[in-house]
Structures are given as C-alpha cells and as structure tokens.
Design a protein around this ligand. Sequence first.
Ligand code: S3P
Length: 239
Amino acid sequence: MNIVLIGFMGTGKTAVGKRLAKRLGWKFVDVDTLVEVSAKMPIAKLFSERGEAVFRRLERRHITRIAHGRHQVVSTGGGAFVNPKNRSLLRASGTVVCLTAKPSVILKRVSHKLKLLPMLLGAAKPLTRIQTLLEQRAPAYAQADLTIDTSHLSIDEIVERLWQQLSPHVCKSWQYLLAHAPELSHRYGGKYIVVVENRIVASGDTQLEAYQHAPSQLVQKQDAGIYYIPLPEESLTAL
Ligand code: S3P
C-alpha cells in the first residue's frame, strides 16, 4: 500500500509527504521531481518550451510506474488526479489524501513563486484563476479517501493529523504493532484484527468474526495474519 497526496498547489503536499514518509520509514516520491529529472528541465521551462501536453504525458508515465510500488508516500502535482487514468491507478495503489486550502490562503502561500507555476503564470487575476481551477477540479479531488483542510494548520499539525488517522492502517510489521500497542489498544482493545500486507483489513470480537469480515481473497494471502489486540493491561498476542 502507498499513501498518495493530492490537491492544489500550495496545500503542503511535498513538505507533508517528506515528513510523513520519514515517520513511517517509507520512501518519499515526488512526481513533479521525477518529471523534471526525466525532462532534464524545470517544470516551468517544460511547459513553456514543450507545452502542457508533454508535461502531462510524462506525469502519467511516472504515475503508472509509481502505482506499482509499495510503501511509498507519493506527492502528486495539483493537476495529476484530474486525469481519470491517473486517478484509478493512484486509488488502486493505496490511500489517497487530498490536502485543501482556501483560495486566498493558497494565493498567499504561492505568491512568491508565481513565475514558477505555469497554471497561474500570466493570469491577470491569480485569485480568480485559483478559484476557477479549484471549481473545475473539485469533482476529481472529491474522490480522495480523506480530505484535510490545511488553511489554518502548520505542516507538523497536518502530519500529526494524518498520522493519527492513517497509522493503524499501515502497520509495517509485528514490531510496528508492538511499538503502537497503546494506540491500537485504544482503538481495537479486546478485538481481533486481520493484517494483510501491512494494513488492517478487518476486525471482530472473535477470530472467526474478524476473518469473516475480511475479503476472502485477501486472507488467503501468505502474509495475512490475525492478532489479538489487548486491552491496556494485557500484552499483545500473535495467533
Ligand atoms: C500543476 C501543479 C504543479 C505542477 C504543474 C501543474 C497543476 O504541482 O505539477 O505546475 O496543474 O496544478 P504542485 O501542485 O506540486 O505545485
């Protein structure tokens, strides 16, 4: 599984992605950086010299490859999730988190680098341009699994919020379960959880119930495991 960050420019995808990846011990992948490396030029130059279509083609190519990897925090460019192919690949590859912010906040955050942002470059009224793009992209962004409004949050606060919501679903290993026993205890204490490929796919009051809640094609995998999550006073048990 991966964690995929989507959303408009200036919402913190890259800074949040880097910190979250470090915390999870996962690889951080930035689609825009990969595009720049493969095109051997910055994005603004790529847009002006070769056009948006070439940029989008490279973006799609990298997303197709990245979507087959695991244990990555992926930061995408603001327009990537608008493309239906990118969207279905990214959605199938993991949990998609959309970072949003109010148009005025976005403008404030990007105003020092407008020249580097081809989608805003040349707009007589950048705020109106941001609002229009946000409206156009809203149906695509709405398909994320989770949305966080970052307008009033610092990068650390966004990371903390994501960590609270996502970490129980991205267990790397038994060691992870041990390290996070208190949080898991709080959420699943006294229950059984089924873990497949490092994520919790089901829970239940008995082993049988937990297995019955898990999709059968998943529990047949070799790396499926069932764990009893103790109440705070008990200790973690592998079954
Ligand atoms: C774009 C956003 C940029 C970059 C390119 C196009 C967009 O990425 O991919 O300039 O269409 O919104 P960031 O969102 O990381 O700035």
